[in-house]
Design a protein around this ligand. Structure first.
Ligand SMILES: *[C@@H]1O[C@H](CO)[C@@H](O)[C@H](O)[C@H]1NC(C)=O
Ligand SMILES: *[C@@H]1O[C@H](CO)[C@@H](O)[C@H](O)[C@H]1NC(C)=O
Ligand SMILES: *[C@@H]1O[C@H](CO)[C@@H](O)[C@H](O)[C@H]1NC(C)=O
Ligand SMILES: *[C@@H]1O[C@H](CO)[C@@H](O)[C@H](O)[C@H]1NC(C)=O
Ligand SMILES: *[C@@H]1O[C@H](CO)[C@@H](O)[C@H](O)[C@H]1NC(C)=O
Length: 484
């Protein structure tokens, strides 16, 4: 779509000179970032708990993928504390989209979770025996996402959920996506959410182990053993001895990119991606099957046109646009890039423009052997956990869409634990669309400058504003503390 700009980008990268004076590539540009420290686990904040009168059990079956579940779990922890209820270890719903039967204990360390939060909320593994046969739906003690509005205020839980809890001894939240408001919320609950999200949820050792291997491979610290090597050497060849061409004294730095350009979001967006008639037909066919109500809306002339959507920044960024963003910022041709997610719509032909500018592009499938990946391959949430780890531990994390739950949680995690050394690049899609709309005339230097300004503005260090997600923006009272 952007032939001229891509050529300019390519020329700029080929020059390979470090004229990059203005944009800070591998650090947070603002020093204030390091004045915020994690403090959700500060013990002085613990809400006086032991005189609490137990009100009942909260059961939650969280829906969505890994990251949506994480939010649901920590919101449920806060609700249990609010109502003085005992939380039963969360369950995860099986969904036809994610096709993953993993339960809490397949992803997170159960004992650690229970123990870490024990001063704040009581958590048990199972409902007590006498409640196990309750049919929550029939007795009316099941609350689905249809029953609660999004981001409900605490008073809702006290008024509606507490009486059910007291009457039946237990309440079941089914789904529970984004059901608890961010503000206003008492400080001790806000803090508890952070303590849950940033401290209490630890991946199980088998995920940590392969996650660590993955990151070492991205950093070129440990070469991938081929199937041949494993067959031949067993455990007798320490990986660092192999692959003599590597310099193991210094880990390579890398940028992790969450490129959200999957079929379903591309189709849902109603945007045009320059793929011509064939692509339009393909996306339309997909919509007919998966998004019938959307198709209806288009038929009723009740939707915006593709050019309007693009102008408003409603279109997912293509790999090409992602590459333009990184090259405008000054990331070099050789930059090592870890690509999270990796089911790019349009396959190779869509990702080729990106790979031309940035050939050092790797995914977990490239870096782990089939046998290392096999234990995870049928579990999309566990694969997503590996992406989470690789993105969170990157020197720089870039996203193409700030609306995704993975990007949001990774951003927050890096802000919280990064000590001001974990920069995140987040485009403003509307502004980027405006800049790109001038593709035919804009000079490369102006393009660079405007993209840099756009990214830098989103890197400013500001305290969380009311109503925003504390999981994404932990610089907020009770979660992080400002050390001046
Ligand atoms: C760019 O310069 C670096 C050293 O500064 C060198 O290692 C690399 O090979 C160069 N890349 C190109 C494409 O010329
Ligand atoms: C929970 O316990 C605290 C401390 O005893 C009490 O102040 C509060 O009113 C209780 N809340 C509910 C919803 O029972
Ligand atoms: C390996 O890295 C170290 C530290 O950066 C450097 O001093 C050394 O020259 C490198 N060795 C090779 C063979 O590239
Ligand atoms: C759809 O709406 C546009 C402007 O909103 C109008 O120009 C066009 O005629 C409408 N088409 C139909 C089929 O109603
Ligand atoms: C994944 O699931 C499929 C279908 O259930 C099964 O055939 C396959 O063996 C599983 N793969 C692994 C690595 O467990």
């Amino acid at each position: 779509m952007y032939g001229r700009l891509m050529a300019l980008a390519s020329a700029a990268l080929a020059k390979n000179e470090s004229k990059n004076g203005q944009f800070v590539l591998w650090k947070e540009p603002y020093n204030q970032a390091s004045t915020w420290r994690p403090c959700a686990d500060n013990r002085n904040f613990i809400h006086q708990g032991h005189d609490k009168k137990h009100t009942g059990f909260i059961l939650i079956s969280a829906n969505g993928g890994l990251n949506q579940q994480r939010v649901a779990v920590c919101n449920a922890v806060a609700v249990a504390a609010l109502l003085n209820a005992t939380l039963v270890l969360p369950r995860f719903l099986y969904s036809s989209v994610w096709k993953d039967a993993s339960q809490f204990g397949d992803i997170y360390q159960e004992e650690y979770f229970i123990d870490y939060l024990k001063d704040d909320v009581h958590i048990v593994k199972e409902l007590p025996y006498h409640l196990q046969s309750l049919d929550f739906e029939t007795i009316g003690s099941q609350i689905t996402d249809m029953d609660i509005m999004k981001e409900a205020k605490p008073i809702y839980f006290v008024k509606v959920v507490l009486p059910l809890l007291q009457r039946f001894g237990a309440v079941h939240f089914l789904g529970f996506g984004n059901r608890l408001a961010f503000d206003p919320l008492p400080l001790y609950l806000q803090r508890l959410r952070c303590k849950c999200n940033f401290h209490a949820l630890k991946f199980v050792p088998r995920i940590q182990e392969v996650g660590s291997l993955l990151v070492r491979r991205i950093r070129n610290y440990e070469p991938r053993l081929t199937e041949l090597d494993t067959q031949l050497f067993g455990n007798y060849m320490p990986p660092t001895v192999l692959g003599g061409q590597h310099n193991f004294s210094r880990p390579a730095r890398y940028l992790a990119l969450h490129m959200r350009f999957e079929m379903d979001m591309v189709a849902y967006s109603l945007c045009d991606f320059g793929g011509g008639e064939k692509e339009r037909e393909e996306l339309q066919a997909y919509r007919e099957i998966h998004f019938p109500t959307l198709v209806m809306r288009v038929r009723n002339n009740n939707s915006m046109s593709a050019p309007e959507l693009r102008k408003l920044g409603r279109c997912p960024l293509t790999p090409e646009e992602g590459a333009l963003m990184l090259s405008a910022l000054g990331y070099k041709h050789e930059t090592r890039i870890y690509l999270a997610g990796s089911q790019i719509y349009g396959g190779l032909s869509r990702s080729l423009p990106f790979k031309r500018l940035y050939p050092n592009l790797v995914t977990k499938e490239d870096l782990l052997t089939p046998s290392e990946l096999a234990p995870f391959s049928n579990f999309s949430s566990q694969l997503a956990a590996l992406d989470f780890i690789a993105c969170a531990s990157a020197d720089v994390f870039a996203m193409t869409d700030s609306g995704s739950q993975l990007s949001s949680l990774v951003t927050g995690f890096r802000t919280y634990h990064g000590r001001g050394r974990a920069p995140t690049l987040r485009p403003n899609k509307k502004r980027f669309a405006k800049i790109l709309s001038e593709e035919r005339t804009i000079r490369w230097s102006e393009f660079e400058e405007r993209v840099r300004n756009m990214i830098e503005e989103n890197q400013r260090v500001i305290a969380r504003r009311g109503g925003r997600s504390i999981y994404r923006q932990p610089r907020s009272q009770g979660c992080m503390c400002e050390v001046l």
